[in-house]
Design a protein around this ligand. Structure first.
Ligand code: FMN
Length: 373
């Protein structure tokens, strides 16, 4: 059997294969971040499609950390009931699901939050809107919020949590010398820029206990002038390992990284797939923690090569599952055609319009088919 279909485990979390659905904002929650039947259905379809691990979309840990409309929230206890419906649906299909916990920092949307976004530093020209530089008190509150969010995730039945420290969100802002100009204990050297993440991880760990998987999504680099470099990211990876992280999902870039965003377009051949692969190889040589690679993986052959060669332990995808939640089941059944996702990013449109995410190309093709018949 191909290694990608092997059963494995991450900190006792049994996974039926090495495929991961990377966190994907669905735009399907209610305005207060609570779960809707559409979201439960979406997660259930993913589990039915046999992806080994589902990572939820980014759930905001405090109200002022919300980035997008209809994003899921985990900032108060009453949200646990809805979140539990998701875990029950996924477990009912034999799947596993981790909650991604996040704060958007200066990427928060003040129109949604009615508050000035928080940031490590208030640097003109770096954020799109004015930001409040976080005080040490704000940082302590944030650490508490991440810990409580993780505790709620556990109560809701999630199999683990993933701290979002990639794509320009708040934890990434602290790690990045472009966004973090602080001169206190939380800024300066890479170790100091990492300090908040160390405290968040420690808080989360003590909230969920030693046996509960705690993962992280990390930028390999920011692809911004003056931003996080691969060298610093690797140093952070080592620190995370020392501090007991259970798996690292490696990504890169942010919305502002031009062509080099986390979700690059035009992946038309195998050479363009797995665009963070070189960074993954660097990580694998230095770090023992299980590595999950995301970014443009579309073919089973590429996924298999990555795992067989030991360049990463898990294969993570986002956009392919929007069009084909059953992709892994299809590959397992012997239909080895690559994912039908065109990587055109049209899927952001319906989510931004409040309709919930879907593949626009697929919908148009199905509509044409119906008209013809
Ligand atoms: C519509 C959409 C929403 C996303 N939402 C999130 C998110 O909530 N959290 C996150 O870490 N990444 C998010 N991402 C990034 C993906 O997880 C992934 O890193 C990226 O799309 C590259 O993988 P892919 O080429 O398989 O799509 C999102 C991507 C898309 C297309």
């Amino acid at each position: 059997m191909s290694k990608v279909f092997e059963a494995t485990e991450i900190k006792g979390m049994q996974l039926s294969n090495r495929f991961v659905r990377s966190a994907t904002w669905e735009g399907m929650a209610q305005d207060d971040g609570s779960v809707t039947p559409a979201l439960v259905d979406c997660m259930s379809q993913l589990a039915e499609g046999q992806v080994g691990l589902i990572i939820s979309s980014h759930a905001y840990v405090r109200p002022e950390g919300q980035a997008a409309a209809k994003q899921i929230g985990v900032y108060k206890d009453v949200l646990v009931t809805g979140l539990r419906q998701i875990t029950q649906a996924v477990h009912g299909q034999g799947g596993k699901i981790v909650l991604q916990i996040s704060h958007s920092g200066c990427l928060a949307n003040p129109k949604l939050t009615s508050q000035m976004p928080l940031a490590p530093s208030s640097v003109k020209g770096v954020s799109t809107s004015p930001c409040k530089e976080m005080t040490v008190g704000d940082i302590q509150e944030l650490i508490e919020a991440f810990s409580l969010a993780a505790q709620r995730a556990k109560k809701a039945g999630f199999d683990g949590v993933q701290i979002h420290a990639a794509h320009g969100y708040l934890m990434n802002q602290f790690l990045s010398p472009l966004f973090n100009k602080r001169t206190d204990a939380y800024g300066g050297s890479v170790e100091k820029r990492y300090q908040i993440l160390r405290e968040v991880l420690k808080g989360v760990r003590s909230a969920v206990g030693s046996g509960f998987p705690v993962l992280i999504k990390l930028n390999s680099q920011d692809f911004l002038e003056g931003g996080l470099t691969l060298e610093d990211s690797l140093r952070i990876g080592r620190l995370l390992q020392e501090d007991g992280i259970d798996a690292i999902e490696l990504s890169g870039g942010s919305l502002r990284s031009g062509q080099l965003t986390p979700f690059r377009k035009g992946i038309t051949n195998e050479e363009k797939e797995a665009y963070f692969l070189e960074a993954a190889k660097v990580f694998k040589r230095a770090i023992k923690v299980p590595l999950i690679l995301v970014g443009g993986i579309r073919s089973l052959a590429v996924a298999e090569r990555i795992v067989e060669q030991g360049w990463a332990d898990y294969i993570s995808m986002s956009r392919p599952f929007i069009r084909e939640p059953g992709l892994i089941k299809r590959w397992k059944s012997g239909d080895l055609r690559k994912a039908s996702c065109l990587s055109d990013n049209q899927c952001f449109g319906p989510a931004a319009a409040g309709e919930g995410i879907y593949c626009v190309v697929d919908k148009n093709e199905k509509q044409k088919g119906t008209e013809r018949s």
